[in-house]
Design a protein around this ligand. Sequence first.
Ligand code: AMP
Length: 208
Amino acid sequence: MNIILLGAPGSGKGTQAAKLQGAYGLAHISTGDILRAAVKEGSPLGTQAKKYMDAGDLVPDEIVIGLIKDRLAQDDTVKGFILDGFPRTTAQAIALDEQLSDMKRSIDITLAIDVDAEVIVKRICSRRFCPMCGHICGPADGEFCPLCGAKLEQRDDDREDVVRNRLEVYEQSTAPLIDYYRGKGVLCMIDGDRSVDEVWADVRDAVA
Ligand code: AMP
């Protein structure tokens, strides 16, 4: 099963992708995670990507498309994959179609997780992450990571001004992909403005 998770930043794509990975053993491919790892490593790709990410802008298509081509060529994707945060532009969606068609594969379902923009701003701005183990926390977790005890931090791109820009970029560049995948007959809309478990129940039904 090959799945795309579409949705604005903070819509809960990453959380649902992790649940899908756990339930179905699919490869979880998050371009945001790949890019953040490159930034942390200080690789040339990371240095190039960082300025776009810090501003909440999209990293240029050719960079991200190259990353995904390499990632889809890895063996663990053969049993199926979840794309989380890719594609984000029509050019990326077309490149993905070409790549999958060359590999004699296709997308089975695109889940579009829908959440109101103001709910997202509140959600993301209160989000913290653990710089040691990567765990994502909410306001209830306090100042320290519940898993490893490190002091929690805010991601540079989770500040309110950056979040508002990320939402605008989503509306302009990524939201049109909802119609793109509806046109291909593989779209399923999910109401993301509910608890993680309620959203998961719909996600599981949709892929079953
Ligand atoms: P995410 O964690 O998916 O919200 O991604 C964090 C940041 O990485 C985004 O705000 C973009 O700057 C960059 N990024 C992630 N995926 C893509 C993509 N498919 N195309 C362009 N930029 C991306």
